[in-house]
Design a protein around this ligand. Structure first.
Ligand SMILES: [Zn+2]
Ligand SMILES: [Zn+2]
Length: 246
């Protein structure tokens, strides 16, 4: 039997994609882009093989989440070679401690982000979400990761410019609903193109009191934040997988 997709997801999610021993970041598959990352190994705490490490007979399911621990290649080799040190109980403890550490780290990141300027932004996957953010914005904070070639500059530059333009126009109420639906549809297509180039788009909207240089109160404005990040940017945290399982 093989490890099910569900068990694999739980294991990777709860482990925060990191080795339970050294906490190094791991990937499920490697391509040319992540030469600095290590391949993760889904290791068995109790081996199903007669002469395998920590073997016990008649386990219900050797591939169950409970019998797996996510490790880097080095630590996988270590726990299997030194199986007398790395006993079943000890590995369960390493795994539990590691999962606790991941949860704490993420909880802290969420808390820290909610009350200072470095916020956690939501990933945007539809034109409708984009329009809801830019609609009626008084100010915008648009940003993107460094762009590497003409194609990226063109696509992402024009995407952000389009958002800016439509945000202004829709906010002024000068566009009909039917047209807004069309704009949303086209923005969804743009998003797909950007994602195909290896980027993800994040954003949110907030209200803030704005003052000018003379500290005059200019009222409460809607501020739209749109950020285009490379999908391998380490700032991106996959909360879904982790939160789902906690
Ligand atoms: Zn390791
Ligand atoms: Zn092993």
């Amino acid at each position: 039997m093989a490890i099910s997709e569900k068990n694999r997801k739980i294991l990777w999610g709860k482990s925060g994609n990191r080795c339970a021993c050294c906490k190094i970041e791991l990937v499920a598959e490697k391509d040319n882009k992540d030469i600095n990352l290590n391949l993760g190994e889904e290791c068995h705490i109790i081996s199903s093989k007669n002469k395998g490490p920590r073997h016990k007979k008649f386990l219900d399911d050797y591939d169950a989440y409970n019998n797996l621990i996510l490790l880097c290649r080095n630590h996988h080799r270590m726990i299997d070679e030194k199986f007398e040190t790395y006993t079943e109980d000890y590995l369960h403890k390493i795994k539990a401690d590691h999962e606790k550490w991941v949860k704490l780290t993420i909880d802290k990141a969420i808390k820290g982000n909610s009350n200072n300027s470095q916020k956690l932004l939501k990933r945007l996957t539809s034109g409708k979400e984009l329009i809801d953010i830019v609609n009626g914005m008084g100010a915008s904070e648009f940003d993107h990761d460094e762009l590497k070639n003409e194609k990226e500059v063109e696509l992402i530059g024009s995407f952000l410019q389009t958002l800016r333009d439509w945000g202004d126009l829709i906010g002024m109420g000068s566009i009909e609903t039917q047209q807004i639906v069309e704009i949303g549809f086209n923005l969804t297509k743009d998003l797909k193109e950007i994602e195909n180039l290896g980027f993800m788009v994040f954003g949110d909207a907030r209200k803030a009191r704005i003052t000018n240089d003379q500290k005059d109160n200019l009222g409460v404005w809607k501020i739209a934040t749109i950020v285009v990040k490379r999908s391998d940017n380490p700032e991106i945290i996959n909360l879904i997988d982790v939160v789902e399982q906690i």
